[in-house]
Design a protein around this ligand. Structure first.
Ligand SMILES: C[S@@+](CC[C@H](N)C(=O)[O-])C[C@H]1O[C@@H](n2cnc3c(N)ncnc32)[C@H](O)[C@@H]1O
Length: 248
């Protein structure tokens, strides 16, 4: 990973960071997303810096010995929530709008999702939402322990093939990391329609009981506030699938 300091010019932030620090933006999945329209590119250039945590997180990692971990304890926010892999941002936006006293941090690799949410942040003057396009692990590693109220991960990529299981976001190491930043147990909310993913989460918890205790698992009913809240969930429901909620 490059040891060069961030340059300060305020143009095309994301392009500059991705070129200078490619490792932080690495991902196994979709490498090419739909090309951003000129309008979205202009929006990203104009506003991404103001709502992005990318520079702070990269700075934390690159200049570790000088920097303290990120703490989000501004007096105006009662609580801090993170959504990892927010996709098109539907749940993230709705949650931020419904809870103006809480801070929401959205992490997503998919740049079209970032641009979509940024557009709404600007259009609706949302003041309690921050974004990052980095691999979420760098975000979680940079955050102060016991400082996050809730983490949401809605229908993470199931990586169905056995040889791809190691790519799953919900691994023992990542769960330990998530567990470290949350303030209290049972504050990590994971939904999935994949029985196989559910099974692997159960196995992880069983072999790491001292960290995770007994999992709370339920099949979401349509009256649950997390039911059908994202595109991938609805796709699964339309195909006759069940949505499992795991709370860790
Ligand atoms: C299957 S999609 C689900 C999207 C959305 N949560 C939904 O339910 O519609 C998983 C998303 O997680 C994102 N993602 C996966 N791993 C990630 C990571 N380590 N950091 C940030 N985003 C990630 C992917 O880019 C993708 O958009």
């Amino acid at each position: 990973m490059g040891k060069n300091r961030l340059s300060r010019e305020n143009i095309d932030l994301l392009h500059r960071l991705k070129t200078q620090f490619p490792d932080y933006y690495k991902y196994y999945g979709r490498k090419i997303s739909k090309k951003l329209s000129k309008k979205s590119l202009d929006l990203m250039n104009e506003y991404y810096q103001a709502f992005s945590l990318d520079e702070e997180i990269i700075n934390y990692h690159e200049l570790k010995k000088f920097n303290k971990k990120l703490i989000f304890t501004e007096a105006k926010f009662n609580r801090v929530n993170i959504e990892i892999g927010f996709g098109n941002g539907e749940f993230l936006l709705k949650s931020a709008l419904a809870n103006p006293d809480e801070l929401f941090i959205g992490s997503e690799f998919y740049v079209n999702g970032i641009a979509k949410v940024l557009k709404e942040i600007v259009n609706l003057s949302i003041h309690n939402l921050k974004l990052t396009n980095l691999n979420s692990i760098y975000l979680l590693q940079s955050i102060q322990s016991n400082s996050v109220d809730k983490i949401y991960i809605l229908n993470p990529d199931p990586w169905k093939k056995k040889r791809h299981h190691k790519r799953r976001l919900i691994s023992a190491d990542n769960l330990k990391l998530f567990n470290k930043v949350i303030k209290s147990k049972k504050s990590i909310y994971i939904t999935t329609d994949s029985k196989d993913y559910l099974k692997s989460i159960k196995e992880i918890s069983k072999t790491n009981r001292e960290f995770f205790g007994i999992l709370d698992i339920e099949i979401l009913s349509d009256s649950n506030c997390l039911y059908g809240v994202s595109r991938y969930q609805r796709k699964a429901i339309e195909n006759g699938g069940k949505i499992y909620l795991v709370r860790i």
